[in-house]
Design a protein around this ligand. Sequence first.
Ligand code: ATP
Ligand code: MG
Length: 249
Amino acid sequence: IIFSFYSTIVISIKQKNISEMKSDFINNMTHEFKTPIATINLAIDAIKKKLMGKVDTKSMGYLNIIKDENNRMNNQVENVLMISQLEKEKIELEMKMMDLNKLVQLAIDRVELLSGSVGARITKKFDKKENIMMLAEEEMINVFVNILENSLKYSKSNPVIQIMVKNEKSNTIVFFKDNGIGMTKKIKTKIFEKFYRESKGNIHNIKGHGLGLAFVKKIVELHAGFISVQSQIGKGSTFKITLNNVNKT
Ligand SMILES: Nc1ncnc2c1ncn2[C@@H]1O[C@H](COP(=O)(O)OP(=O)(O)OP(=O)(O)O)[C@@H](O)[C@H]1O
Ligand SMILES: [Mg+2]
């Protein structure tokens, strides 16, 4: 009995290692796609700029297709990275001193295409010009992108999103307020769970994996912060990320 107990444990440890290795592999592979995708994007922009007005609309149309599809590929890569990070028990984030306000702006830039397509207006208000603190750059941008994407997806027409960064004595707080479809109390308690999506009834019929907010919560907590949400059905939602000022200049 002792032997079989022991061997079961050994096997399960081995399996766990293999699964960790697998997720590391996917993570690294996917990461490798990011640089070429970014380079292709820059190259397309350069060609478009050069050919502006000198080329027929059909050719310009093809260039736009390449750009849109490249963006789509980038989103899929981000999704795979997000999933593989959620799978891992321990994620080590590369934290550096940087400006939180800048990361907010970079996230807004990343959702530009989507926000343009739904006619959204995104406003921002920073208490202070700069908020230099210890942050994991890519992951924190993705946190903001996920929240913004949700506000853009789960909204009626012409969404308005207000981002505010407030400074308290011991905390820096980021608010994302939208005027979207909102959530009931019951939905609110579940949205941070992996794979949870509210798609029953006629709440919404938008595609997704139900992973965005699980990732958001995990990353915020790895920054020793916390996230909460206030919402009213039909009126909108406000997501609040509270980060401690211990590692702030
Ligand atoms: N701003 C919001 N307004 C209304 N409902 C929201 C909002 N943000 C999230 N939700 C609800 O919470 C659920 C979970 O969100 P989450 O971002 O985790 O997953 P998703 O958007 O469904 O998929 P994914 O982000 O993985 O593509 C959503 O399906 C939606 O029902
Ligand atoms: Mg989402």
